[in-house]
Design a protein around this ligand. Structure first.
Ligand code: 0X9
Ligand code: ZN
Length: 424
């Protein structure tokens, strides 16, 4: 409403340019229908002050696939004018991005009167570290904190090892927060740990899983980036390392692993959102995770990495169009998890090999873990499908986490069955 009023007020002054100032940061959904429109959109999203939400980089933009673009108020008129000039239709997905950001960050205090639990809110990094400490201290028999290494800015990378039954020695791994702006991801790791502690011996599925597997959980793989999204730029994706030339900051940690590293689908350009880094594992965050997985590859049977958004259950390969050796097995598992989510939560998760389901994207942790020998390896893209995108309101956390938890349980149970059958 105010946008319209201000627009009218400014109209007389701006009429000669045809511009009208949009006072809100918006998210636009745009579906290009011709190769020309694809080129225009690639140009807009790379040359103007906007942030691509989906896909992660303009090189992935293609015909008949939705593009979600964050357009700050000051770029609004020029972007909309270009869209109009080339008759590209758009929809406004979100008109109040700033308000949503404010809503996500506002509640990060422990208000004892609030009926919302700690797990139904997003938390700044220091609070997550504090939570890790307390949780480990309160559960000395089941939780062990492992320092995997430290980030570029020297923050610790803590993983928690959940170990409920001292004899079983197989394990699964879950990492969260590889991409800084995907806040629902660290929220899921905390949710998972809390659920495991609360429902061991209460819920049969999680009890069976924890009786058969240790679980390593890394709640924030990219702490520097996550911190930066709270303090400076909510839309930041990469880590915060400064490139050798000093021109730009950040490596996409999910392009920095040694799986067809920096081939088509990644960028050698330090300013790119999908910059692969100077060499595989050049970043302390990816190196620390890779070192840990290498040292524990004989016990870890399942690798899970949690991202957002778009609601997908992906498996190798993303770094090549070739099929993984146990493609059908992975497909069946992802399909079953997706069906169970649909049945219980009436929500749709697409599934398939990464390269064919979203795009070719080399250097990812899932493909690397798979090639290391962890034959059950999945990337989950959690809620939503674009209504709120990265700005998923806190009120959606519980449903997003519960449905993802159901998928984790389903897949973990299958892995246990398969690996027990193999060793019987
Ligand atoms: O592009 C990515 O890294 C992931 N999507 S996101 O929107 N969260 O950035 C997908 C990762 C799929 N796996 C690999 N590319 N290996
Ligand atoms: Zn991601």
């Amino acid at each position: 409403m105010w946008a319209i009023v201000i627009c009218f007020a400014l109209m007389s002054q701006l009429l000669w340019t045809g511009h009208c100032t949009e006072t809100h940061d918006q998210i636009l959904s745009i579906t290009p229908t011709t190769p020309e429109q694809v080129d225009i959109l690639k140009n807009i999203s790379s040359q103007y002050e906007t942030t691509l939400w989906q896909p992660a980089h303009h090189q992935y933009i293609q015909e008949e696939t939705q593009v979600h673009l964050y357009v700050p108020a000051n770029s609004s008129s020029v972007v909309k004018e270009l869209l109009q000039r080339y008759t590209i239709t758009h929809q406004v997905l979100l008109d109040n991005a700033k308000e949503l950001i404010e809503m996500q960050t506002r509640n990060d205090t422990t208000d004892p009167r609030s009926s919302v639990t700690f797990y139904e809110r997003y938390h700044r990094l220091e609070d997550i570290y504090r939570w890790i400490n307390h949780t480990a201290q309160d559960n000395p028999d089941t939780i062990q904190t492992i320092l995997l290494g430290s980030s570029y800015e020297k923050r610790p990378l803590y993983a928690l090892k959940l170990s409920f039954n001292s004899e079983n020695k197989k394990a699964m791994w879950i990492d969260c927060g590889i991409h800084a702006r995907e806040w629902i991801s660290p929220a899921f790791c905390l949710w998972f740990i809390q659920y495991s502690l609360a429902f061991y011996k209460q819920n049969k599925d999680i009890t069976d899983i924890l009786d058969n597997m240790n679980v390593y959980v890394l709640p924030v793989m990219n702490p520097d980036g996550y911190h930066y999204t709270w303090t400076t730029n909510r839309m930041w994706r990469k880590n915060r390392s400064v490139s050798r030339s000093g021109s730009c900051v950040g490596v996409d940690l999910n392009r920095n692993f040694d799986a067809n590293w920096c081939t088509e689908g990644a960028s050698k350009e330090p300013c790119s959102e999908i910059y692969c880094g100077a060499f595989p594992e050049s970043e302390p965050e990816s190196e620390a995770v890779a070192n840990f997985l290498r040292s524990n590859k004989d016990t870890i049977q399942l690798y899970l990495t949690i991202h957002a958004y778009s609601q997908m259950l992906l498996f190798p390969y993303s770094c090549t169009l070739e099929e993984a050796e146990n493609h059908n097995e992975l497909l069946e598992m992802a399909q079953e998890a997706s069906q169970i989510i649909r049945r219980h939560y009436r929500n749709t998760y697409k599934y398939g090999a990464g390269a064919k389901t979203i795009y070719l994207a080399p250097g990812g942790s899932d493909d690397w873990a798979y090639n290391l020998g962890i034959k059950y390896s999945f990337t989950f893209e959690l809620q939503d499908r674009g209504q709120y995108g990265f700005l998923l309101p806190p009120s959606h956390i519980s449903k997003a986490c519960n449905e993802a938890l159901l998928a984790v349980k389903t897949i973990a149970q299958r892995v246990i069955e398969k690996t027990q059958a193999a060793t019987a």
